[in-house]
Structures are given as C-alpha cells and as structure tokens.
Write a protein that binds this ligand. Structure first.
Ligand code: ADE
Length: 425
C-alpha cells in the first residue's frame, strides 16, 4: 500500500497489521535491555535533535526498537528495507501507524521497488546513514555526489558492507567518516556467531522441517557467521564439513573438529549446503552436477550472489515450489537440487533473523555510533572508524548487568603488576 498523506509518507503492505506488529515489538523488547537504557537516556538528552537520519536495515521487531530509540533521540528518521525478503510487514505497519516513523518496506518487494526505496531514502537528504550492506552509501557516491556535503557520516552493520566501504576508501571515493559497527566486539562475537548460528538453522528448519541429526552439512566459509553456523549444526547432530579459502580459518575449522576440504570434494557428500562467505558463486554449476539427489542449498551471507542460481536455472528442466521458501530444481541428469529462500538470507527470509538478545548489543552499537558521529561532527577523518573501545566495553557491562551477572575487578596490586614491565621470573 502506498500512501502520501501530508503527515507521513510510507510504503508498507498493510497498515491494519499494526496491532500484531505492536505485540511482537513489545515481546522483542523484553530481550533488549541495553537498547532500552540507551533509548531512555536519548529521550532525556536528545543527542540527535534535528538530525535527518536514514536507516537501511532488515525491518524486524529488533530494528523497530532501534528506530524508536533514534526517534526518541530527536532524529528525523526514515527506514527502508535492506533486503527484499526480510521485512516483517506487521512491524513496518506498526512503526508507521503507532510511532509515526516513515517506513518503505514490503516483504517480497522486487529489486526495482528496493532500488526506488533507496532513492526515497536519499531524497530525505540524510545527515546520517545507518547502512546494512552499503547500498545506500554506494548509491549516494555513485548518483548523488552533491548530497555528500549534507552527510555527517555513516555507520555500517555487516561484514559485506565493511568490505565494500574498504574498497570505496581504496578507490578514494569514501570522503566522509564511516563507523564500523560490525567489528565492535559486542557486535560480531555475538550477532555474527550466535545470531547467525541459531537463526540460520531456524530458517532452514522452518522452511523444510528437516531433521539435522545425521545429515552432512557443508558450511561454506568459516568467518564469524560460518563458525556460529558450523557450531550449531554440530550441536544438532549434523556431520559438518567446512570449506574455506583462507588457510588460517581452515586450520581453525580443523582444530574445532570439522572436516575441511575443497567444494569440489564436498559437493557429492553434502545433504545441506549453507553459504556464508560474502563472495559470489561459491556454489556453481560444476558443483550442482555432482550433488546428491535432493541436496538442499541455502545462503546466510548478505547478498543473494553466493549460489549461482542463474547457472542452476539454465541447467534445470523444471522448477517447482515444494513448500514456502523451498524450490526444487530438476536437472538434466535426473537429480534435483532444492534451493531455500531464493538464495537470500535464509535466517531472515524464512525465520525472523537474529534473536533480540543479540540484536540488543548490535543496535546499542548503532545507536551509540550515531551519537558519536554527531558529537564528533567535522572532527573525524574520512574513512573507517572503530567503535571506541570504552563504548564497546560499556555495552558489554550493561548487558552483563541486565543478565544479573557480576564479574571481578583488578586489585590495586594487579593493576600495578599489569602496568609494569620490571617484574619477571
Ligand atoms: N540482521 C540479522 N538479524 C536481524 C534482525 N533480527 N533484525 C535486524 N537485522 C538483522
């Protein structure tokens, strides 16, 4: 549904879903105590007053809490989807109807609509962009150079976006500060590992209802997302194979107890393949050709380029929808390959993305990164900036506090020891 009222522009599927969205947003809030504290402080201090802000995120119950915190901080915030399949339509409706936040996001939107929403976001003339995958920033640089002077900076949520920002910097086109939220310890150790680990299996199970115990699961890529996915698949009783291109990560996978081999060897062995590399075509036609009949493939990396679906489509004699988010490609060799979630992020396409408890820390980082950009307006060099370590530690401290867990502190004697180099054997 598209509506342009004098009050609030938006493009969401169905505003009547708002009450259901409200209930689900409230439920998620129970697991997001750190962001709640930040929202309460923001409500008093208004650190983003007058800031035009665009957030390009997966529109989920957790993102709703981020958007509400940003609005409480005084930001003029607009939200668009960072993926055509990840939007929770009831959440989008609720943010518009209950919280007065303009949202442009509909589950299942096509690429043309997605790109149009990016343009609408840029029409907002943002001072801050919260990006997830760097599409808004890339479009700004490619098509709206004249708006760069409006920008205080950007924050980036995900590994793929950070890789793109580094490439932009190398090419000399990243002429403004970008805060690297992904690499905060309180982000990637938890969100990328435990969030992706749990939610990827959740998406696969919701899409297929398969038993993981006893299956051979091939995890493609052993970054933080791959580590979490492999660990959780092993925990469910799967025999896990890891494929990698980085020798250090490959050794790590071996020492974590996984079989490691090239994809050419893993392809005939796997029952289920999960890509989490951030790179393109890590599963290709030569791999489909040798897979078992009925092998399932899915992706939990940011973009839908990891599996060569075009190549698979060209080989297929028939494609049929077997279940929601489950398409079976019949190949010329008589075998079939099953693709889940159209090769898009399976955890967000077929499930609800990372659980709220990890997004609490990821989005606490996002909220504080925005405040940091505003406080340091004009002082930060162009290029990537880490989240200050004190901020990262404070988020961890608040999370522990909310969990009712206390930890030790150094004694004065220990402080002296740790700061001196004279004491040895
Ligand atoms: N990325 C992964 N899971 C997410 C979630 N639940 N909300 C927003 N972004 C996400």
């Amino acid at each position: 549904m598209t509506a342009t009222t004098p009050k609030l522009k938006h493009e969401v599927k169905d505003l009547s879903l708002a009450p259901q969205g409200k209930q689900r947003i409230e439920w998620a809030g129970r697991e997001m105590p750190v962001l709640r504290q930040i929202r309460d402080r923001f409500g008093e201090e208004k650190p983003l007053a007058g800031i035009r802000l665009v957030a390009c995120c997966h529109v989920t119950t957790e993102t709703a809490h981020l958007a509400i915190a940003l609005k409480a901080a005084g930001a003029d915030a607009l939200l668009i989807a960072s993926n055509p399949l990840s939007t929770q339509d009831d959440v989008a409706a609720c943010l518009v109807a209950e919280y007065g936040i303009p949202v442009f996001a509909m589950k299942g939107e096509d690429n043309e609509t997605y790109n149009r929403h990016v343009q609408i976001a840029l029409d907002h003339r943002p001072n801050i962009i919260i990006d997830d995958g760097s599409d808004v920033v890339a479009t700004l640089i490619q098509e709206r150079q004249h708006q760069i002077s409006d920008l205080i900076g950007t924050t980036e949520e995900t590994t793929t976006g950070i890789v793109r920002l580094r490439a932009m910097f190398k090419d000399g086109v990243l002429t403004f500060p970008a805060v690297n939220v992904n690499d905060a310890d309180t982000k990637h150790f938890f969100d990328n590992r435990y969030g992706t680990g749990q939610s990827t299996l959740d998406g696969i199970i919701r899409a297929t209802n398969v038993l993981l115990a006893g299956k051979t699961v091939v995890v493609v890529g052993y970054g933080w997302c791959g580590k979490g996915t492999a660990m959780r698949a092993k925990g469910m009783g799967a025999n896990v194979i890891v494929t990698e291109i980085d020798p250090t990560k490959a050794i790590e996978a071996v020492m974590d107890g996984f079989r490691v081999m090239p994809m050419a060897e893993a392809a005939p062995l796997g029952d289920l393949f999960i890509t989490v590399t951030g790179n393109k075509h890590v599963i290709r036609v030569e791999h489909f050709d040798v897979m078992k009949d009925g092998a399932m493939v899915c992706n939990s990396g940011h973009f839908d380029i990891e599996i060569d679906l075009k190549g698979l489509g060209a080989k297929a004699t028939e494609v049929r929808q077997a279940r929601n988010f489950t398409q079976e490609y019949r190949l010329q060799n008589g075998k079939s390959v099953v693709v889940l979630g159209e090769g898009r992020l399976i955890n967000l396409a077929a499930a609800e993305g990372h659980p709220s408890a990890v997004m609490d820390m990821s989005f606490a980082n996002q909220a504080l990164a925005c405040e940091y950009l505003v406080k340091n307006k004009g002082k930060l060099e162009p290029g990537l900036h880490s989240i200050p370590v004190e901020v990262d530690k404070e988020i961890a401290r608040l999370k522990l506090q909310a969990m009712g867990i206390s930890i030790d502190t150094l004694t004065p004697d220990q402080v002296e020891y740790i700061n001196s180099w004279t004491a040895g054997t």
